[in-house]
Design a protein. Sequence first.
Lengths: 386, 751
Amino acid sequence: MTAQLLSANHGAALAATLAARANRDGRGFCSGVYPITPSTECMEYLCQQQIEKGRVIRVESEHSAMGVCIGAASAGARTFTATSSNGLAYMYENCIAAACLRLPVVLAVANRTLGPPWNIWADHSDALTLRDHGLIQFYCADNQELFDTVLCAFRLAEDRRVMMPVMVNMEGFILSHTVAQTEIPDQSQVDAFLPLTDIPHRLDRTPHTLGQIEVPHQTEMHRWQHHNAMLAVPAIYGEIQDRFADIFGRRPDDPVVPYRAEDADTLIVSLGTIGSTAERAAEMMRARGDRVGALRVRLFRPLPADAIRAAFAGKKRIAVIDRDIGLGIGGVLWSELRHLADPATVMQNYVAGLGGGDIRPEHMMKMLADLEARDGGGAPAMMEAV
Amino acid sequence: MGYRHPSESSLARSDGLVLPLEVRVHGRGGQGGVTCAKLIAALYTQMGLHVQTFGDYGSERSGAPVQAYTRVDRTPIRNRNKIYRPDHLIVLDEGLIGAQVLQGIGPGTVLLLNTHAGLEAYRGRFEQYRLGVVDATAIAREQGIGSSSVVIINTTILGAYARLLGLPLAVLEQAYVSLGLGGDFPAAQHAYEQVRIAEPLQRIAPSAQPAALGEPAPVAALTDHDKDVPPTLKTGTWSNQIPVYGDHSAPCNLACPAGNDVVGFVQALRGGNVEEAAAILLRTQPLPSVCGRVCPAPCMQNCNRSAFDGAVNIRGLERWIGDHAELSLPSRRDAALHVAIVGGGPAGLSAAYQLALRGHDVTIYEAGPALGGVLRNGIPSFRLPQPALERDIDRIRSLGVHIRCNARLGGDDLRNLRRGHDAVIVCVGFGPAVDLAANGHDLTGIRQGLDFLAAAKQERVALPGDVVVVGGGNTAIDCARTALRCGAATVTIAYRRARQDMPAIAEEIEEAEREGVRFLFHRLPVAFTGSAKVSTAVLAEVEAGSPDASGRRRPVVTGRTSSMPCDAVLLALGQKSGLDLLPDGWTMKDGRAHEGGQALPVWFAGDCATGEGTVTHAVGNGRLAALAVLEGRAMAAAPADGTRVAPGQIRFSHFDLAAPNGDRQHLPSRLAGNFDEVNLGLADPGEAERCFSCGHCTRCDTCLVSCPDGVIYRTEDGYRVDGEYCKGCGMCAAECPRSAMEMQEKHEVTP
């Protein structure tokens, strides 16, 4: 294990490389890649790696990049790709295909808002469009977490009980381009952590088809199976956390990450790096005598509703900060969490940091002042992070 | 997540660094600011500290203000916000210094500026900060760090930063080596040594606080946000350099002894306009059909395209123009001077041409029966057919030049000419041929090559048997090839040096070889034997000694000899310089005659003055003499070497590979008696398409297309850059395929 100065983009690619090499005695590794800001550095780094029994194929579009991954996974290989923003939108059809075909593709997304008008900076609106189609979604807050989560994603995606794509999200630039020391495990550790990829329905010696036409009853059953596999993910992820801790000596964070939440009257709830800012805001509020805590939703799909409901229990006020907006309803995170709090809790949605605005603790303290003045939750509010 | 803390080095502990530390770097897209912040992070990593570094990327890309940040602490860093209250502020571009850059800095902040102004320029401005200034741009430029359009200073300024931190130079060097930046360390060391530091003037009160940051926007219902950000942004205010269009010297132009605007005529020809090309070429070149055949073409040896896919066949294009243009020059006689030209060779013809073009009254006095000198008497017609020569001479004659042939001057004739004219230009060429001081050199069958060539041009000369030619210049090659045409059974060239030392044109050597001429290198005849008529040449081996002034190795004749039977020997050892027609009391100085310390209106040009020995040099020198006459001064030196466009300044990637169009060759099946021209030149002028037009804008629009902001516009005579919006990114200059533009510091550009 050595510490390297790496950007999160490079960290994701290095984790994928180590995972790829770990499958060298199995059916190898194959990745289709296409560049788009801010995820480009990830695919560039991947292209530079020497991978035994592995190929990185540069294609002409994100749609084809995922197409390569689908083909490779259908043949039983380990697969990975990375994209952002409208690139993910262009990949959308094949993301759903990968999910419905139950192929364990790992997809790193450097989150960026959608255009036009064009804006290259971060918000979560790209990834959240894919929340309902059978891809597991993690949102990360720092370089090490991102690296570790990519490794976990391979194990989780390829678990026979799960067998579906995993998206690992990092906010564009804010995390994707931030360079920090990252602990990089040895190949032997990764080899021990990741079993050889074994996709039971891969196209092999026994002739069969994948994704042929089906009748309504079959679709109902497939969706139900997929949904139930999703619901099993938190428990399976728990096993993976244990295994990871055994091998690497550190335990990846839980699906929901609380910060001084237990004794808090007020919670700030968010996705991604906003969570670490919320922790700083909580400290500042506590210095003033207000019992504020934070809750970061790390696993968004499947939504760990039980864990969130438990964390919400008894809180007086909850501010849900969304770096996204579901047009016509409000923050996506908020719209999913609003029914998980006690009826007496004042829950308010704050939409902030769209298109890359830098949400600082000062912004959060203003939101909390606004929340304090409310008798009940209202329509989503917005704050310009300027 | 658990994170193993790196052990801190004693350095970080002893240095009094206050942690956590926040560093903010301001630069422009393309300057390396983000990398600068990463380097700073890496430097602190070397001290065993935790770091986090990131850039604040702009959508404006190159040239736009860019910020980058580095945080340093003893524990892993969770803060993901930008840095609003930096402890250290580094400004890579002084043009950026303003309220926005200085925002959030408090008393005692370390402020490092890259500036060409000294510390004094900032007196009174930053007194509560710890200020360092360094001209990192100058240092990095001197060290050659960066691209053709932008100097990259990040590795340089890090040296100054290390000095501000109080790091020992050795620690910095170690960091550079471990980062793989050892090559940039000398620049960093310069910056380390040259940074000037001013300590804060006042003691900082413990309560001193930076100015408050702006209040965050209010929280509002989504429907309340209906105000847009004003978009007007004069990005030109960001720039500190601007693109400047301007011609740079193409290597062909600089190399041409005649002073031809090679790029000019080739580009005109490229546009399909042979008459316009001729107009450009004929400004300096009265003998295009001649030089297009016999010039050694230093332009081609220097052509930047030779570093890509082969030099442009410039000589072939010149010949094309000479042979095909029908341009008639205006004959005028409206200027005042009466000038006598002594000698009708290339220098004399060139001088006469330049003066007659300008309307002066010119008379050429030629010793022989016709104009041309060596062109008529020396160069064989299979290289220079008579019609080609006549074509060029007719053009000169058509300007109204008076010609007196069979006018061999001597004694006091120059004095008389001088009295009868406003000026005299003497262009009589070289003196007599050099003889070979070898035993038996007066045997029959041994003769001067020049005499042989002259005879062969006038009549059928028979030269049967085995012929030895002594020498390595063009005369030797011409003699050898002419000998084959005069019936020689074998022809052998004996040369005292190596093949690569031969002064002859390389293609001529190859053609001679193709025709069957044999070469004996490192050989010099030391004796000839035979009864009355030469029958054997005794050749001594010659060794290469130490290099002489020309860089060639001095020949050292050894005692080892061999005999070679021969029936004839042609000597081509060069010609003596020296004037035998200077009247008593006259001296030549700087190409001009003097008497009793007094300059006379008599100039000298061509081989009699310079001994440069090629037709093209003579043409150039004759023109300079004509200009000297017009200005009544000494001969000017050839123009100095301007800013030469080097191959590295040509963007080869903008050009498609295209093999040179060679001259068409006519290989006679039987040489004896056949004096037909061997080289038939180009089939068409398409070769001009291959010209890169080094240093000269061709309106190719690459700059316009490359501009990320679309602020370059076409004008009637080129392009205009909108200074209000040009942010000085340098992409246009970097992309220019032919180095016809460059970035200049705004403060160095005169408006």
